[in-house]
Design a protein around this ligand. Structure first.
Ligand SMILES: Cc1cc2nc3c(=O)[nH]c(=O)nc-3n(C[C@H](O)[C@H](O)[C@H](O)COP(=O)(O)OP(=O)(O)OC[C@H]3O[C@@H](n4cnc5c(N)ncnc54)[C@H](O)[C@@H]3O)c2cc1C
Length: 377
């Protein structure tokens, strides 16, 4: 048996990392978290994501994580239908944002949003780095750019139904012999004593998202939220759309994507930096729904906002970190190392496998350091 590992956090970052670490029962893995799949809580971002793959990486490292994750998410979408991922289907619409296109996912951009909108700029760069990772990436000719936008691209992406995908990850972990338990970790050192094996953990993975702001032994003051309000509706759109901004204010966003297997459609949204408000705001919800209905009247049978069948209004906090995600090792004491994996902001799903693989590589580095320090004794 390999290491005794305690992973703090059962969001997409913690679960994906635990999945890789528990493969082939290579390590004894325990996932410890305050919130688990099935919970909806403002301290738990993962259930609220769409979740789309729309790369945002601005550094080499982030781009590497997203490219590596796309390869795995695409494979899961093709080969593991029960995981709750789907490619967006391709029925044409004749609307402002969909404009009768057959298909795929459309990402319209406006130059003015580069300066005004709080939405991440990476996905809407004029010559995006990710053009090469999507086989069918296409820059739209001017005649096909949706009205009101300066340019647009399209490619096949996936939508992850988080209500299915997170429990699916849990199932894979259990199959690999990992165990999950609920606990609030007040200080990261406590995690040493939380392995289900009864042994002291030799490695701790810190995947606590925004929780890293307050957890003793970490207290990372560079963490901050980007609030995202969404509406989940029964009504369906047929292809994903995500635009660079809106005329309703800098922190308003517009996107829609249909979740697999009866998951409804997610209508977004907002990108409100440093806003911790947990409750949905009714006027924001109205703006979100109005924008989508205006762009795509068919979603509400032509009856306007009143024609939308709402499942719920909700809010999640994207766990951002000044300076970017923290994926690095840290020595806790003579026996124990921590590998951090938090601060993924608005790209936690689309970077999940790449970051988890980096954690695995960092653990190998830690093991090497241990071996060489033992050899010196
Ligand atoms: C509206 C919205 C839309 C989004 N859309 C997308 C998208 O389309 N694509 C995409 O890739 N990403 C998207 N995201 C971002 C994505 O959801 C996050 O990046 C991701 O969920 C972060 O996962 P995480 O595991 O790091 O954190 P979280 O999901 O927040 O999980 C943190 C875990 O740590 C636990 N924890 C924290 N502190 C403690 C403690 N002290 N003790 C014990 N447990 C603790 C929590 O209980 C929880 O289990 C979106 C987010 C929002 C809100």
């Amino acid at each position: 048996m390999g290491e005794t590992v305690v992973v703090i956090g059962a969001g997409v970052s913690g679960l994906t990392t635990a999945l890789l670490l528990s493969r082939d029962r290579a390590n004894d893995v325990t996932v410890v978290a305050k919130h688990m799949p099935g919970d909806y809580d403002i301290e738990y971002a993962s259930p609220f994501a769409g979740a789309a793959v729309m790369p945002m990486g601005t550094t080499e490292e982030e781009r590497h994580w997203e490219a590596a994750s796309w390869a795995e998410l695409k494979r899961i979408c093709e080969e593991v239908p029960e995981a709750g991922l789907c490619f967006q289907s391709n029925t044409p619409h004749s609307t402002r944002l969909h404009d009768g296109q057959l298909g795929r996912c459309r990402f319209p951009r406006r130059i003015k949003d580069q300066a005004l909108s709080t939405t991440p700029k990476g996905p809407f760069a004029p010559e995006p780095w990710f053009a090469t990772i999507f086989e069918d990436f296409r820059e739209l000719p001017a005649a096909e750019v949706p009205r009101g936008y300066d340019s647009a691209c399209e490619f096949t992406s996936v939508c992850i139904n988080t209500a299915i995908y997170l429990p699916w990850l849990v199932g894979q972990l259990v199959k690999n012999g990992a165990q999950l338990k609920r606990a609030v970790v007040r200080d990261i050192r406590e995690a040493k004593h939380l392995s289900h094996t009864g042994r002291t953990a030799s490695l701790i993975v810190n995947a606590s998202g925004l929780g890293a702001l307050k957890m003793g032994g970490v207290r990372d003051a560079s963490m901050y939220p980007a609030r995202g309000q969404v509406v989940v509706v029964r009504s369906e759109v047929d292809s994903m759309v995500l635009a660079s901004g809106t005329d309703d204010g800098p922190s308003d966003a517009v996107y829609a994507m249909k979740r697999a297997a009866g998951g409804g459609t997610i209508l977004g949204g907002t990108f409100e930096v440093d806003n911790w408000e947990s409750q949905p705001d009714p006027s924001t919800a109205l703006r979100i729904m109005s924008r989508i209905v205006e762009a795509n009247p068919a979603i509400a049978d032509g009856k306007g906002v009143a024609g939308l069948s709402v499942v719920r209004h909700c809010v999640g906090l994207r766990p951002y970190r000044k300076g970017g995600a923290r994926v690095e090792e840290e020595k806790l004491d003579d026996e124990t190392w921590v590998v951090h994996n938090y601060g993924h902001g608005g790209w936690g799903y689309q970077g999940s496998y790449g970051c988890a693989k980096s954690v695995v590589d960092l653990i190998a580095k830690v093991q090497e350091k241990r071996r060489s320090s033992r050899a010196k004794l």
